[in-house]
Design a protein around this ligand. Structure first.
Ligand SMILES: Nc1ncnc2c1ncn2[C@@H]1O[C@H](COP(=O)(O)OP(=O)(O)OP(=O)(O)O)[C@@H](O)[C@H]1O
Ligand SMILES: [Mg+2]
Length: 624
C-alpha cells in the first residue's frame, strides 16, 4: 500500500464520518456536548487536584496540622465534578449509541431497498453471500467509528484547552505538551495506515466465508448426495483459515501499537516532572501548578486513545463503506414510462415481440457478451395460447424473462397491448402479466401467504379458485392445516410438482391478463399438466381466460396451443400449429418425439442413442 492510498484512507474515512454527522446532526451535537463537558471537567479536576495538593496538603504537611474545612471544600468540589462528569459520560454514550445504531438501521434499509430496485442482471453477477454481508457486516463496519467519534471530538477540544492552559501556566511545560500530543496523534495516524490493508482484507474474507457457507448450506442436497462433504469442508476451512490469518495480522499490529500508545503519555508525564522540577527550582512555577500539569498528562492519556480508536476503525469503515456504496451507487435499475394500463381491465392482453435481440452481460467485463436471442418476432394474440418449443439453451427462459420485463431487449421491442413495456408505469406490467418460473420459489410461510403475497384484494375464495385452476386444491385441502399449513424453507415439505402448482396458483390469483409459463408444470403428471392448460384456456365465469405464453415439451400440452414457435440457438426457426411443425420441421419432430419416448418409457436405461442429434446438429438430452 502506497502512502498516497493511505492518505486516501484517512481523507475518505473523514468524509464517511462527515456524512454520518450530516445525517444525524442533532444526536451528534448532544453526544459531543456530553464529551466536551467531560473534557472540560477533566482539565478542571487536574487544576483542583493541583490546588488541593499545593494549597492544602503541602501547607498542612509543613504546619503539621490539617485544615479540616479546606479538605472538606476540596472534597466537595471534586465530588461535584464527578457527578457532572457522569452526566457528560451519559450524554456522550447515549448519543453515540443512538447515532451508530440509527445509521446502521438506516443503511441496512437503504441497501436492501436497493437490492430490490436493481435489475436481475446485477443480481446474477453478485453472489448471495456478498449481498448478505453488504447488508450486515459491511454496514456495521462503515459505522464502527461512530461509537468513539464523539469522545474523540470532545478530546480534541479538550487537548486544545489543555495546551492553552499549559501556555497560561508555563511556556516550558507547554512545549512538552506540544511535543507529546502531536507525537501521539502521529502514532495513531501511522497505526491506522498500517491497519488499512489488513482490515480491508479481513472484511473481504468475512464476506467470502459467509458466501461459501451460504452456498454449501443452500446446496446441502447436492453436497450430501454427491458425497462432497469433505471437499466443501475443505473449501470452507481454507477460506476460514485465511480469515483467521488476516485477523491475527490485525491483532499482531494492535499488539505492537497498543502498548506504544499507552506508553507515550506516561513518558509525557515523566518529561513534565523533569522539566517542571527545573522550573520549580527557578521559581517560575508553583507546586500547585506542577502537580496540576503532571496530573493533566496522566488523565489525558486515556481520552487521547479515543482519537486512536476512531483512526484505527477508519480503514475498516472505509472498506465497509466502499462495499456499501457499490450497492447504493449501482445503476441499471429499470426506468419506467408513463403509459398506465388499466388495472381493472379484465380482457386478455396481446403480447408482441418485434425483432428482439438480447445478450447476457459477460461474467467479466473484458469478455464480449454472447448474443442469445436474435430477430425474435412473434405475437400472442389476446386470449390465445402460444407454445415455445426448443432444445435446452435455445433461449426460451430468456424470452419469458423479456416478456415480463425482468430484462430489457438490446434490440427491438417487447409490446403489451401495443405499448412498449419500457413505456409502462412501474407496477403496470406486474399487475397485468405473471411469470411462473422454471424453478419454483416458495417462501417459508403458510400456503395462503405464498399465494396472496400480501395482495390485499385476494380473498380465500380467490385463493381456492386459483388452487383449483392449478389442480392444487386437492393436495392443499389434504394438508393438516389447509391454507394455514407452513410449507418450510423453500417449500421443503412439498413435492416438486406441488411446489410448481403452488407457484402457478400464486400467479393465477392475481388474475393476470397475460400468463407466462416457463416449463412451469414439468414436475407435474402429464395428464394433470394438460388438464391445467385446458382449464386455463377455457373461458370461466370469472371472465375470459388470459393470453398464455407457455414453454412446453409434452405433445399433449403443445397440441393445445393455437400456435407453436420453434426456437433453435435463439432464433425462431419455424412457426405454425403442432401438426404442421411435426410434419415439416425435422428438428421439432425429433425433439417432441424423443421427449415423449423418454416419458412413456421411464424405466428404460438411458443409452447414448437417446441423445439424438437434431437436424441442426445440436445434441439435446432427452430426459430433462
Ligand atoms: N444469466 C446468464 N448469464 C449468461 N448467460 C446466460 C444466462 N442465462 C442463460 N444464459 C445463456 O443463454 C442461453 C439461453 O438460455 P435460456 O435459459 O434462455 O435457455 P432455455 O431455452 O430456457 O433452456 P432450458 O430448456 O434448459 O431451460 C444459454 O446459452 C445460456 O447459457
Ligand atoms: Mg429455461
Amino acid at each position: 500500500m502506497t502512502s498516497r492510498t493511505s492518505r486516501d484512507v484517512l481523507g475518505r474515512g473523514l468524509s464517511v464520518l462527515g456524512r454520518a454527522i450530516r445525517e444525524q446532526p442533532r444526536i451528534f451535537t448532544v453526544a459531543v456536548a456530553g464529551s466536551v463537558l467531560f473534557g472540560g471537567l477533566v482539565i478542571a479536576s487536574a487544576y483542583i487536584v493541583g490546588a488541593v495538593v499545593g494549597d492544602v496538603v503541602v501547607p498542612a504537611v509543613e504546619r503539621g496540622s490539617v485544615g479540616v474545612a479546606a479538605i472538606a471544600l476540596a472534597a466537595g468540589a471534586l465530588f461535584g465534578m464527578s457527578v457532572l462528569r457522569v452526566v457528560g459520560i451519559f450524554g456522550r454514550r447515549l448519543g453515540a449509541g443512538y447515532m451508530q445504531f440509527r445509521l446502521q438501521a438506516a443503511y441496512r434499509r437503504r441497501v436492501t431497498r436497493r437490492y430490490l430496485d436493481l435489475p436481475l442482471s446485477w443480481h446474477q453477477r453478485n453472489a448471495t453471500g456478498t449481498l448478505l454481508s453488504n447488508a450486515n457486516s459491511d454496514v456495521e463496519a462503515a459505522w464502527y467509528p461512530i461509537a468513539p467519534l464523539p469522545f474523540a471530538v470532545g478530546t480534541l477540544v479538550m487537548l486544545v484547552g489543555a495546551v492553552a492552559s499549559l501556555f497560561v501556566t508555563d511556556w516550558a511545560l507547554a512545549l512538552v505538551g506540544l511535543a507529546v500530543f502531536p507525537a501521539l496523534f502521529a502514532l495513531n495516524v501511522a497505526y491506522s495506515r498500517w491497519m488499512a490493508p489488513r482490515q480491508a482484507r479481513a472484511q473481504r474474507l468475512r464476506a467470502e466465508v459467509s458466501g461459501i457457507a451460504h452456498e454449501s448450506f443452500d446446496g446441502a442436497l447436492v453436497v450430501k448426495t454427491m458425497g462432497r462433504e469433505a471437499q466443501e469442508t475443505a473449501r470452507f476451512s481454507a477460506r476460514a483459515g485465511e480469515l483467521r490469518d488476516a485477523l491475527i495480522a490485525v491483532g499482531r499490529l494492535r499488539g505492537v501499537f497498543d502498548p506504544l500508545l499507552e506508553t507515550l503519555p506516561s513518558l509525557g508525564t515523566l518529561a513534565v516532572l523533569v522539566v517542571g522540577a527545573f522550573r520549580l527550582r527557578q521559581g517560575a512555577i508553583t507546586v500547585t501548578e506542577l502537580v496540576s500539569v503532571a496530573f493533566l498528562f496522566t488523565v489525558l492519556a486515556f481520552p487521547v486513545r479515543a482519537i486512536g480508536w476512531v483512526l484505527a476503525e477508519l480503514p475498516r469503515s472505509v472498506a465497509g463503506w466502499d462495499r456499501v456504496r457499490r450497492v447504493l451507487d449501482a445503476t441499471g435499475e429499470m426506468s419506467y414510462g408513463d403509459v398506465a394500463l388499466d388495472p381493472a381491465d379484465p380482457t386478455p392482453a396481446t403480447l408482441t415481440f418485434a425483432d428482439v435481440g438480447f445478450a447476457y452481460e459477460p461474467a467479466e467485463a473484458h469478455l464480449p457478451g454472447v448474443e442469445v436471442l436474435g430477430e425474435v418476432s412473434f405475437t400472442v394474440p389476446a386470449g390465445k395460447t402460444v407454445a415455445l418449443v426448443g432444445p435446452t439453451g435455445s433461449g426460451k427462459s430468456t424470452i419469458t424473462a423479456l416478456a415480463v420485463r425482468l430484462v430489457d431487449p438490446h434490440t427491438g421491442a417487447v409490446r403489451l397491448d401495443g405499448a412498449d413495456v419500457r413505456q409502462l408505469t412501474a407496477g403496470s406490467l406486474a399487475g397485468a402479466a405473471a411469470l411462473v418460473a422454471q424453478v419454483p420459489f416458495v417462501f417459508d410461510d403458510t400456503v395462503r401467504a405464498n399465494i396472496t403475497l400480501d395482495r390485499p384484494d385476494i380473498a380465500d375464495d380467490d385463493v381456492w379458485a386459483a388452487l383449483r385452476l392449478a389442480e392444487a386444491d386437492g393436495f392443499v385441502a389434504a394438508l393438516p392445516d389447509g391454507l394455514d399449513t407452513m410449507v418450510g424453507e423453500r417449500g421443503t415439505s412439498l413435492s416438486g410438482g406441488q411446489r410448481q402448482r403452488l407457484t402457478l396458483a400464486r400467479a393465477l390469483a392475481g388474475r393476470p391478463r397475460l400468463l407466462v409459463l416457463d416449463d412451469a408444470t414439468s414436475a407435474v403428471d402429464p395428464r394433470v399438466e394438460a388438464a391445467i392448460l385446458a382449464g386455463l384456456r377455457a373461458p370461466t365465469a370469472g371472465g375470459p381466460a388470459a393470453s398464455i405464453l407457455v414453454v412446453a415439451y409434452r405433445r399433449a400440452t403443445i397440441a393445445l396451443a393455437d400456435e407453436v414457435i420453434y426456437l433453435e440457438h435463439g432464433r425462431v426457426l419455424a412457426r405454425g400449429t403442432h401438426t404442421e411443425l411435426l410434419a415439416t420441421v425435422a428438428g421439432y419432430a425429433g425433439l417432441v418425439t424423443a421427449y415423449e419416448q423418454a416419458e412413456t418409457d421411464p424405466q428404460q436405461e438411458r443409452t447414448p442413442d437417446e441423445v439424438k442429434p437434431l437436424a441442426s446438429g445440436l445434441e439435446i438430452e432427452v430426459d430433462r
